[in-house]
Design a protein around this ligand. Structure first.
Ligand code: PGA
Length: 253
């Protein structure tokens, strides 16, 4: 039984003051929750990590970074290491978000280094894959998504399946309000799990949690969660407001 995971990706939104206010609101809502099942992860800008670690201490909410650089330390101006994320309170790291691929030119080979760095620093990777609209229309969805997975996981053994989370995020659905049909998201999640089975065996592959991402919101989350290969969501816009994030947490149980 895979535990659902709802991760809020705040992108470049929220000052520390805004993050603190969100934490207070979410904590108040969580008081109503009686032993919920799903895992709750907030991925704020780096500047808000330590603030949220302190504000959310003792709560079930976990934290994640939105990116990391695959070196322990060094002369890499503007970058952040996995151990720094850990120290600031993160237990997850989003890797390969389509915005990183698109605006910062991150290749599958570079993302492979990041996945390895995250694992060696004790961070659980949330690895994002997804096709563009042109690729979907061109019938390339399966080859693009499976290719991104193969590239980012090159050289890793089945033990990665204990901690790995995959976020299937069709690029055309991110921030557009145009979410994928649950059945279409399931089709891709199924193909990703099939790839994992072939690479790592069925037992390991069946442990990996696969999220859907792309305009996921309170109105459509239940449809995704009902799919056999979808185990949660990576949430952008709807994760910025405590009330809508909370509604999704309730839907996931
Ligand atoms: P969205 O973003 O929910 O606002 O579409 C999802 C994401 O980019 O992870």
């Amino acid at each position: 039984m895979r535990r659902p995971i709802l991760a809020a990706n705040w992108k470049m939104y929220k000052t520390t003051a805004e993050a603190t206010a969100f934490a207070a609101e979410l904590l108040a809502l969580l008081k109503e929750r009686g032993g919920g099942q799903c895992e709750i992860v907030v991925c704020p800008p780096f500047t808000a990590l330590a603030v949220l670690r302190d504000a959310l201490a003792g709560s079930p909410v976990e934290l994640g970074g939105q990116n990391l650089y695959p070196q322990k330390e060094g002369a890499y101006t503007g970058e952040i290491s996995g151990s720094m994320l850990r120290e600031a309170g993160a237990s997850y790291a989003i890797i390969g978000h389509s915005e990183r691929r698109q605006y910062f030119g991150e290749s599958d080979a570079f993302l492979n280094e990041k996945v390895k760095a995250a694992l060696s620093e004790g961070l659980k990777p949330i690895l994002c894959v997804g096709e563009t609209l042109a690729q979907r229309r061109g019938g390339e969805m399966a080859s693009v998504c499976q290719g991104q997975l193969a590239g980012a996981l090159a050289g890793l053994d089945p033990s990665i399946c204990d901690t790995l989370v995959i976020a299937y995020e069709p690029v055309w659905a991110i921030g557009t309000g145009e979410s994928a049909q649950a059945a279409d998201a399931q089709e891709t999640a199924g193909l990703l799990r099939q790839w994992l089975r072939e690479a790592y065996g069925a037992t390991a592959a069946d442990q990996v949690r696969i999220q859907y991402g792309g305009s996921a919101k309170p109105e459509n989350i239940a449809g995704y969660l009902a799919m056999p290969d979808i185990d949660g969501a990576l949430i952008g816009g709807a994760g910025l407001k405590a009330a809508s994030y909370w509604a999704m947490i309730q839907a996931a149980g």
